[in-house]
Each structure stands twice: as structure tokens, then as C-alpha cells.
Design a protein around this ligand. Structure first.
Ligand code: GLU
Length: 305
């Protein structure tokens, strides 16, 4: 499908407040959309209430606002999209692109990732006891062009890698919801951290099974802490300080290799964003997470303004 208009999004899972790494991703998604004179949307991927502190969504939205990053359309919440996900699952089951699976993780491990109960070959209609819904991948050597990383190839192994679309407990999974919403919102370009790169080939097959060509992908290096781990709630990345939006934005631009001038530290949020928009250079993004790490303000106190 030819996309006529650039439509990008920032789609955080609200497992905690926005931290520096997620701000860098947000800024990159925003700048790519602005550089293309396109739309920039915010989507909250609140699929799993057990992993989401109730205050996290408001904290994220407050931080985005404080940093001048405003969605061009009303914010979408995946928690309000269950009927659409159900419909997609019904469609995939009907077309034998998805199947019911009652295997436990232990059973799968014991069988080298194969399904002992041959879930995949059972008729789509057979409903057992508690089951997950999995996507039926096709064996493929998948190749595509990442707009930052260049040519990519991933091997997709049917059955062994089949992603869960809906968990036994009933929660819809990221791999399903992300594709359904990117399609429904007409997203033409996905910009995100390279921690999600491994998901991309599988996601492309899900897009195709839903009858839509996948979007263009651009994966940026994720920001690491001193231990070389991705900044995340699990490894206690500090929440971004909403009282210093200018400083945070300048640091985010530095992490993205944009070399903002010192004078921006005394500019307004809108001035920083306007500078970034004019000077945005995708090719200046550091190639590896290691390079980005060297300029992560949470590890470099001398950058503190
Ligand atoms: N919700 C995902 C996350 O926060 C990002 C989804 C995406 O950009 O594809 O990691």
C-alpha cells in the first residue's frame, strides 16, 4: 500500500513514568514526523493492568505536555480498544492464521518449542479449556530496509516463534494490539527503540495476515545505563523531571547526535523544539547504544545544567 501522508506515533506502555530513554524515543518520533510535515500521534499501550501502576499514564501524558510534545489527534488508549482486538482475532482464527494453544511454558520447553498437543493443526473452531491465542507464523527469511539501520534480515520459524496474541488470562498481547492500531490509525512510519527490532519480522507477518502492507521502520539505539542495561522501570531509571523540560530536551537532542548549541539551555521549550525541527539530521543519530550511552545525562553529571 502506498502511504500518501506520513503518520507517526509514540506508543509507550505505561509500566512507569517517562524516563530519559523514553523521552529520547518520543523526541525522535516527533522530529521524524515534523520533518516529513506529517502527523504525530500518542498512543498509550495499556494492555496489562497488572504491570501498570495506575498513575503511570497520567505521569507520561504530563511529561509529554511539559516537554511541548502534543499529539495531533486525541490520545488513543489501547485499554478502550478490546472489541477491535477481538474482531482481529476472530478474523485470524477464521483464516487459520491464529490458533488456540493450551500448552504451558514448561510443556513447550520440554518439547523444544514444539506444541505437544499439535495446537496448530487442530481445527480453528475447537475450544478447549484455558487457552492462549497464538499467531501461526510462516517459515520465512524476512528482509526489509530499516530507515536508520539499513538492510535487515531475520529468520522467522513457524511454531517455534509463534507469538501470543491473547494470553490465557484474557489480556490482549502487544504483538496483536500494535499491529491492529497501527493499521487502524493509518501509521505509515514506526520509529522506536532497537530493543523491539527482534519483533519486527513477526509483526510484518501479522500486518500481512490482516491484509495490510507493513509500515516503514526506523529503529534507534536505546539509551543504556552505566551497567549497559536499557533504561527501564525494572532497573530503576529515574522519572524525567518535568520542572526542567528545556534541559531534558537539550540532553535528548545530544543523545540523538544533534549537537544542540549551549545557548539552547536558556531557551524555551518551543524554541528548543523549533531549533531541533530545523536542524534534524537522522544521519547524525549515534549508530550504537554504546555511543548514545556516552552522552546519557543520567551517567554524566558534568552535563547537568
Ligand atoms: N509500547 C511499546 C513499548 O513501550 C512500544 C511499541 C512500539 O513502538 O512498537 O515498548
Amino acid at each position: 500500500m502506498e502511504h500518501t501522508r506520513y503518520r507517526g506515533r509514540f506508543a509507550p506502555s505505561p509500566t512507569g513514568p517517562l524516563h530519559f530513554g523514553s523521552l529520547v524515543t518520543a523526541v525522535a518520533t516527533w522530529l521524524e514526523a515534523r520533518a516529513a510535515n506529517g502527523d504525530w500521534l500518542v498512543r498509550i499501550e495499556d494492555l496489562d493492568p497488572l504491570r501498570e501502576p495506575p498513575e503511570a499514564t497520567d505521569q507520561i501524558l504530563h511529561s509529554l505536555d511539559a516537554h511541548g510534545l502534543h499529539s495531533d489527534e486525541p490520545i488513543r488508549f489501547q485499554s478502550r480498544r478490546h472489541p477491535a482486538y477481538q474482531k482481529a482475532i476472530a478474523y485470524l482464527l477464521k483464516n487459520e492464521k491464529a490458533y488456540r494453544c493450551s500448552c504451558s511454558r514448561k510443556q513447550l520447553l520440554a518439547h523444544g518449542g514444539r506444541h505437544p498437543s499439535q495446537c496448530r493443526t487442530r481445527k480453528a473452531g475447537s475450544e478447549g479449556s484455558a487457552h492462549a491465542i497464538r499467531f501461526a507464523l510462516t517459515d520465512a527469511h524476512c528482509q526489509w530496509q530499516d530507515l536508520f539501520l539499513g538492510p535487515q534480515h531475520q529468520i522467522v520459524r513457524a511454531e517455534l516463534d509463534d507469538p501470543v496474541l491473547q494470553r490465557k488470562e484474557g489480556f490482549y498481547a502487544y504483538q496483536l494490539a500494535v499491529a491492529v492500531d497501527d493499521i487502524d490509525q493509518g501509521i505509515s512510519h514506526v520509529v522506536r527503540g532497537d530493543d523491539l527490532l527482534d519483533m519486527t519480522a513477526q509483526q510484518q507477518q501479522i500486518f500481512e495476515a490482516l491484509g495490510v502492507s507493513p509500515p516503514q521502520w526506523l529503529h534507534i539505539p536505546v539509551i543504556l545505563n552505566e551497567q549497559g542495561q536499557k533504561l527501564s522501570k525494572q532497573n530503576r531509571a529515574p522519572a524525567i523531571d518535568d520542572s526542567k523540560p528545556t534541559t531534558n530536551l537539550v540532553h535528548a537532542l545530544t543523545a540523538l547526535g544533534q549537537q544542540p548549541p549551549e545557548s539552547l539551555f536558556s531557551a524555551t521549550v518551543d524554541e528548543v523544539l523549533a531549533w531541533a525541527r530545523t536542524h534534524w539530521k537522522r544521519t547524525a543519530i549515534p549508530l550504537t547504544s554504546q555511543q548514545a550511552r556516552g552522552i546519557n545525562p543520567s551517567t554524566q553529571s558534568h552535563l547537568d545544567h
